[in-house]
Structure formats: structure tokens, C-alpha cells
Design a protein around this ligand. Sequence first.
Ligand SMILES: CC(C)(COP(=O)(O)OP(=O)(O)OC[C@H]1O[C@@H](n2cnc3c(N)ncnc32)[C@H](O)[C@@H]1OP(=O)(O)O)[C@@H](O)C(=O)NCCC(=O)NCCS
Length: 214
Amino acid sequence: MLNLSIDNMTVVLINSLKLINKIVVLIIKKINYLINLLSFKINRIEYPIFPKINGRVFIKNKGTMQFGENVVINSDMKSNPIGGDNKTILICTEGAKLIIGNNTGISNSCIYARNEIRIGDNVFIGGGCKIYDTDFHSLDHRKRRLNEAETEVVVKPVNIKDNVFIGAHSIILKGVTIEECSVVGAGSVVTKNIPPNEVWAGNPARFIRKIQII
Ligand SMILES: CC(C)(COP(=O)(O)OP(=O)(O)OC[C@H]1O[C@@H](n2cnc3c(N)ncnc32)[C@H](O)[C@@H]1OP(=O)(O)O)[C@@H](O)C(=O)NCCC(=O)NCCS
């Protein structure tokens, strides 16, 4: 009899904790929404519909950042555990452009534009990816030490076209175009252009096979 009542108390306690947890999660979601909205406004992000953002995205825009409709950004472990040890970071330096198309999803990834990065419609960017249009530093060790040598750094636009799927933890480097409907394998480093409807993978990413749409 006594055992039963202790069991009942435990159940009540667990249910109460579950309820408190639900309320806290809801409050955090509301706070995250407000912080993300504020960040979008402060950074002058252009969007027709505010993206669905899970977690908090870090944004710094000194150029032009445009989002299409129905963009989804995961920036925490809960919404996507893959790459969940990272947050989504979107950066556009002075005069740079970052354009993201409709229905595109980004998970726990870093996109850094010093020149121009275009991402098309229906693109899947897996957890923990990095997309850079710059080498960040000069290859000349003397210039690397000087801040004014930033102008010497190689910068080339990146273009990821419609329906591309980039596997988790991949890195897309400067000057790369990935054509429509192609797939990049997990953990790849893409240094060359990828034609349409092909699977590429590895470091450096190489052609794996054609994608047949039946
Ligand atoms: C690229 C991918 C789609 C290929 O899948 P698949 O068509 O079933 O390919 P297979 O497993 O048959 O592999 C074909 C060849 O590619 C190689 N390969 C596959 N994925 C690779 C990768 N990520 N890196 C390097 N090589 C890879 C295989 O070793 C194999 O090589 P081989 O022919 O010399 O033996 C898959 O491996 C992958 O990386 N998926 C992404 C998963 C992911 O990150 N999801 C997002 C989570 S957020």
C-alpha cells in the first residue's frame, strides 16, 4: 500500500517536471524568436517571409543578405543533432552578397561571404557544413602578418544551384559552382565545379556517379 503511494508520488513528480520542462522550452523558443527577429532587423536582412529558425542564428551583415520564402535554419542540437555542436553562422562582409533561395534548409552550418555566395531553391545544407568564398589569409607569409594585406586574399564567388544536397560536415571552397540536383557526400571538401545530376564526394571531392531520375 505504502509502495503504491510512493509510486504515485513519483509519477506526479515526473509529470510535473515534464510540464515545467515544456513551459521552459516554450519560453526559450519565444525568446529565441525575438532575438533572431531583432538580429534580422539590425542586420537589414531582406526576406518575404521570416524564416523558420530553430535555436539562435548568429548573423553579421555589412553587405546584402537576402532570403527567399520558406527557408528553414537549424541552429541547435535539438532540431538537428548532426553538427549540433555548431550554431548556424551567416556572415557578409562590406559590399558582399549572400542570396538564399526558396525552401532551402541549413543545419548548424557556417556561410561566410566576402564577395558573393548564391544558394538556389530547395537546397539541403547538412549539419556542420562550411561555405566560404575566400581564403581569408594571404598565401604570402609576410603579407599574412599585415592587416592591410587583406586585399591580397583570393576571393571568388560560390554558386550552389537549385535542388543540390550537401552532405553533413562538408566544406565548399571559393570559386565553386555546384550545378542543379547534384549531391555532395558527407565530409567532402569541394574545390572544383560539379556538373548537374552527379554525386561527388571525398577530399578533394571527386566524381562518384551520375544520378538517374527514373
Ligand atoms: C554521397 C552518398 C549520398 C553516396 O551514397 P551511395 O550512392 O549509396 O554511395 P555508395 O555508398 O554506394 O558509395 C559509392 C562510392 O562512393 C564512396 N563514397 C560514398 N560516400 C562518400 C563520402 N561521403 N566520402 C567519400 N567517399 C564516399 C564510397 O566509398 C564508394 O566508393 P567505391 O565505389 O570506390 O567503393 C552518401 O555516401 C553520403 O555521403 N550521404 C550524405 C549523408 C548526410 O550527410 N546527410 C545529411 C545529414 S544532415
